[in-house]
Design a protein around this ligand. Structure first.
Ligand code: ADP
Ligand code: ZN
Length: 436
């Protein structure tokens, strides 16, 4: 499957040519951004003159844009076109607070579909495939983002949306679904439903590719999903502020996710000093849209933590790659002086076969001492075994967590399906310390 480019003019560019294109698109974007009330005010208060941006590295002279700016100038402060040129509105999931609105012109929708079509083609989806899009349609960008890309590529697209698991399985069986898009926590949940129904997707279905994204997940979850469904899992990254999905995607070599650099300029900064970091170092991902018409965003701080992977990808695309997202900077919690990301806990849990598909981390203060409680669903099989076995498992989980996170948590084993689940993205962390 080598050298399979959906759009060779953009995907097979030489680095030098890609950078000249980026510069040209950046200047267009900066000129365009002056039509928006936010950037007009921001650039004038920073005394920015676009003619001072002489090459790509001059991007670093420009101020950052934050989620707070989007909230402060909600809803129309970033528009560079009149409202009658807009054809779509999405609102971010609001995982970390008040939602933000993103607007699209017709051209923006077309560009987004093109980027998504590249992602799907790059990973081997082709006309003839049946694509079941099992993420939320509506304000969340995941559903419609993939939908338009899949139709553009010519896949038979089933807009099944999220939930209604039995019907999902029925659709997969009736129409021989081969490719799915699903958020990781729902992929895990659906595994339980298959087991309850006594169905083995590897025997009953024809799945070969699964796209997983929209929330952080570990390599261990990828492995579980691959083994259970008999698919190859590709990591998909995006955020509403940058259209939605289709910002960065794994190619067939799966050594990081290529950022489509003809649409986004990628930087990684130190979140404390705000200085750019060299490739290879982990920091906050900062993105600039250079192909967006209605609502360009310049040096947008995503709060997502990752690194740029140095070196070339064997696929031949020179578009830079980012590593698996560790989480958002706000996901990190500090307990007993140690910084921890939920995904570190997940990594440990999901590598233990007796652990089921759901877990949560609860932080509490007891007699003024911080406590970390990890509640873990175990598999059906373990739950009917004797107490001694459960105690051994509990000790093993404590021990393995401690060696990863250097803090000894309290581990509570729970029956399958007992922990609450959220519609949409899973909430893993419950910090009750401030509540006393
Ligand atoms: P919200 O920010 O309200 O959740 P979005 O639906 O726009 O709204 O979510 C985008 C966010 O989802 C990203 O900023 C990132 O934190 C997370 N995300 C998306 N894709 C991935 C992925 N493949 N791995 C980890 N996190 C992801
Ligand atoms: Zn590649």
């Amino acid at each position: 499957m080598k050298n399979t480019f959906w759009n060779p003019d953009r995907e097979a560019l030489k680095r030098k040519d890609l950078e000249s294109l980026q510069y040209e698109l950046l200047i267009d974007t900066l000129k365009r951004s002056l039509y928006s009330p936010f950037y007009r005010e921001k650039f004038s208060s920073y005394g920015i003159d676009i003619s001072d941006i002489k090459d790509l590295s001059d991007l670093q002279k420009l101020p950052f844009t934050t989620k707070q700016d989007l909230r402060d100038w909600y809803p129309y402060g970033f528009l560079t076109v009149s409202k009658d040129q807009l054809v779509r509105l999405h609102v971010s999931s609001g995982t970390t607070g008040q939602a933000t609105a993103i607007f699209y012109t017709q051209r923006d929708i077309e560009t987004w579909a093109e980027l998504m079509a590249r992602c799907l083609y790059m990973t081997g989806a082709r006309p003839g495939d049946v694509f079941q899009n099992m993420t939320g349609y509506g304000l969340f960008t995941g559903g419609l983002g993939f939908h338009y890309g899949a139709e553009k590529l010519g896949l038979l697209t089933i807009p099944s949306g999220a939930g209604n698991s039995k019907r999902q399985i029925q659709l997969m069986r009736d129409f021989c679904t081969t490719v799915i898009h699903i958020i990781p926590s729902y992929a895990l949940r659906l595994m339980e439903i298959f087991s309850e129904l006594g169905l083995d997707p590897k025997k009953e279905l024809h799945l070969r590719i699964a796209y997983l994204g929209a929330e952080p997940y570990s390599e261990e979850v990828r492995q579980r999903v691959q083994d259970f469904y008999g698919v190859k899992v590709y990591n998909s990254y995006g955020l509403s502020e940058m259209n939605g999905p289709g910002v960065a995607f794994e190619c067939e070599f799966q050594q990081g996710m290529h950022v489509w650099e003809d649409a986004f300029i990628v930087e990684v900064i130190d979140p404390d000093t705000l200085e750019p970091l060299p490739d290879g170092e982990v920091g906050e991902l900062v993105l600039t849209t250079i192909s967006r018409e209605g609502m360009p965003l310049i040096r947008y701080r995503t709060k997502d933590l990752t690194r740029i992977i140095p070196g070339d990808c064997p696929c031949g695309r020179c578009h830079k790659r980012i590593d698996r997202i560790q989480g958002r900077s706000d996901d990190m919690f500090i307990i007993k002086g140690v910084n921890i990301f939920p995904i570190q806990v997940e990594q440990v849990l999901m590598s233990i076969p007796e652990v089921g598909t759901n877990y949560r981390i609860v932080l509490k203060k007891e007699k003024n001492i911080d406590q970390m409680i990890v509640q873990v669903e175990v598999t059906d099989k373990v739950f009917i075994e004797d107490m001694r076995h459960l105690q051994r498992l509990q000790k093993k989980i404590v021990h393995e967590l401690k060696s990863e996170i250097l803090v000894t948590p309290i581990v509570e084993l729970v029956e399958p399906n007992k922990l609450p689940r959220q519609a949409g993205k899973a909430q893993r962390l419950f910090d009750l310390r401030k509540e006393g």
